[in-house]
Each structure stands twice: as C-alpha cells, then as structure tokens.
Design a protein around this ligand. Sequence first.
Ligand code: DLL
Length: 433
Amino acid sequence: MVNLRFDAFDKISEDELRNIQFSRLKSTITSAYSNLNYFKEKCEKKGLHFDDLKSIDDLNKFPFTTKEDFRSNYPFDMFAVPLNQIHRIHASSGTTGKSTIVGYTKNDLDTWSQLTCRSLEIGGAKKGDCIQISYGYGLFTGGFGTHDGAHKLGCTVIPVSGGQTERQVQLLLDLKPNIIAITPSYLLTIADEIERQNINVKQDLSLELAFVGAEPWTEAMRSEINSRLNLQAINYYGISEIIGPGVASEYLEDLDGPTIWEDHFFPEIIDPKTGEVLADGEFGELVVTSLTKEATPVIRYRTRDLTRLLPGTSKTMRRLERFKGRSDDMLIIRGVNIFPSQIEQEILKIPALSAQYQIHVNKHQNLDELEIWVEPRVQVTSKESQELKFKLEENIKAWTGVRAKVLIVPPASIERSIGKAIRVIDKRKTKKG
Ligand code: DLL
C-alpha cells in the first residue's frame, strides 16, 4: 500500500524543495503570463516578462494578486485553461460585491484531494476512521475539499454539511465518528447543544480529533474546545482563492501551527503597508503563490492573514504561526489597533465567561465606542455580573490599551454560528453607507 505519509515530502531536503519550487514557479508564472490578461498587463506595467524569473528570489518583482482581481475578472477571466477543461467550480461569498470564482482542472482536483488527505493524515487521521464533515458543502470549499481528502485516505465519511445542530449531535451519538471537521465557532455551538442535552462526552461520544479552521481562532479557544469535547483540535488552514482547505495544516505530533505545503504553495510575508518582503520570523501579511494549479494559477495572492513564517519543527517545510487576525478585521478604536483575537483571549482568561461573544463598534459624538457582549457560562446574579463586567473591562484596558464597555448578556442569547461566526458588528461602516 502507498504510504501516504511520504507523499507529505516531510523528509525532503531544503535544496531539493527549492529546486522543485523554482521549476514549478517558472511554469506557473509562464502560464499566468500567457493566459491571464490581467496578470500580463500588471507585469507589463512593471516592465516584466515571465523570463525575468531567473531564481526564486525574483518572485518579489512580480505583481500581487488581490481579491479585487478575482472580482473584476468575474466569472471566467481568472481561468488559464479553456472552460471545457474545468471540472469543478467553487466560489467564496464576499461580504460585499461579487463572489470570487475558482476553477479546478482534473489534475487540480487530484492535487487538492492529495493535500487535504495529507493534512488529515499528518493531523492523526487514518484509513478506517470515521469523519463527520460539518463544513458547508456546495460552492464553499470546506465541505467538498475535506470530503475528497478523507475519501482518498480511506475514511468513512459522514457528509452532513453545516447547520441542523440537533441532527449533528444525533449523528455524533448514533454513528460515533472519531473525527469532526468544522469551524471553531460551530464546534462550540455543538458543544452547547451537547451540554443542553446532558450528554456525557466521555461515555456517549467517540470524538478524538477535530480539524478546525476557516475562521480566526485563538489558543484559548483550542483549550476550550479540547476540554469541553474531550478531543484534540488540529489547526487546518486554507483559502478558497488558493485552493480551499489543505494549504497548510498542523502535525498532531507537534501542534505548533500549520505547516504550509511548500511543494504546492510558495509563502512570503510582506509588510501590509509597503508590500516589502520581510524575513522569516518577522510579522506581517501572508502572501501565497500557487505552484501547481492549472485552472486558476495565483501569483502572490494577498491573503490579509497576519502571521509569521517559522522554521519547520523537524521538517523542511515552514510553519505559520497562529494567525493574529486578518488585516481587514483589525479595528481601529480611537487610534489604537485591536484584533478580535486579543479580545477573545481576554474573555477566555476569565473562567466564568464563555467563548460566545460579539464585538459592537459604534461612533458616539465622533468618538469610537467599543462594546463587548459576552455570555457567562451559567446564569449569574447581578452582583456576579457586575464583577465579571469590571474584571473584563479592566483586563481589556490593561492588555490592549482600549477602554471598552462590557455587557454580560444572558447565557444562550447571542446568535449561534453554524459556519463562520460574525464576531464584529461595526456600525461605523454601516453609517458610512
Ligand atoms: O475558509 C477554506 C477553508 C475551509 C479552510 C475549511 C479551512 C477549513 P475562505 O472562505 O476563502 O476559505 O476563507 C479563507 O479564512 O484567509 C483566513 O482568514 C481564514 N482561515 C481559514 N483557515 C483558518 C485557520 C476557507 N485554520 C480565510 N485559522 C483565510 C485561522 C483561518 N483562520
């Protein structure tokens, strides 16, 4: 039997890896330049030809690709192959404007399933395991992408998709999957339902692993998930415009951040303001170039995810530090930059508070106002509620420098996520129209 683990290239030497990357990068840039008008035009503006890529170090001369490029080339102008070679289309729903369309050739679908299979395997999944896939199926990449990898690995797949929380719990009870693939916020919604039904997690469920991603989450959230569900959460990363899940994923043996699959994607970290490439270990925005995609090659895609590139723990491929957030999620409150993840961390430092929270931002008499709505784990008295409020306000001020107003709202009052949670409601944006 093929040992899929060795497909993971995790024993490859750095020289070999860079050689593979360079030859794949050369074909990708050539294809993008020859087939994608928008890319050729951007290169011409910089006086660049695909032949100007003489080594991997030349990549940083080439232009970035943004979500906006996907939108303005909607629906098919990001495709580098004729439509009759496109075997599948996925799309990511933009909150504003048109969605971004991504195409896959037959080879792309094979590559994708290899990568999600690899991600599941190094995270501890194996042939014969049973996985409940609670990522949305359909145009979103989470469901089908994970499905194809789990199928390749030889797992029994329960393709339940997102939503219908009681049914999700029923399936966990009756079919006893040992793995779940899901967003962190929806997993917490399921944990709430399990507790509401007084189900004994240790006796009645068989979950061992959760492949968690598709939205920002913190280490504090991981501990919460692990302990409430008696399993190990694995950090599973991807972006639809790049391929979907399977861009980077975490080794169960290391649990130290997702390893980026550098044989298929070349990562860079840039200063989000200047676009300048930063050295490994420096903090900035992740930019990813696809190295093997045929249908939608993407050169230097600006992910907006803020992180650092770290050396592989015992592998050649590099790791991503847990994301601090997305540059477009960063709130500027009275001039101070603050990420939802910093607030989540402060909330979860207080044992009586739950991970169900929402951040409301408003403007009052020209001043930004930050309000945090958070649920206690159990009903509290008004005195306890006051104490929790003051404690959290104090901690947020001490750790972020921002004064926030905390509202302790009744348990189960914040709308539950069934996919990606809406954590921030920025009314300043709605007001601007
Ligand atoms: O969310 C693909 C995916 C599906 C990944 C299932 C993992 C699991 P998009 O809808 O394009 O694609 O959203 C991509 O989600 O830029 C990050 O901001 C965020 N994200 C994805 N995975 C993680 C993760 C899918 N493990 C955007 N940790 C990315 C933190 C994540 N953020």
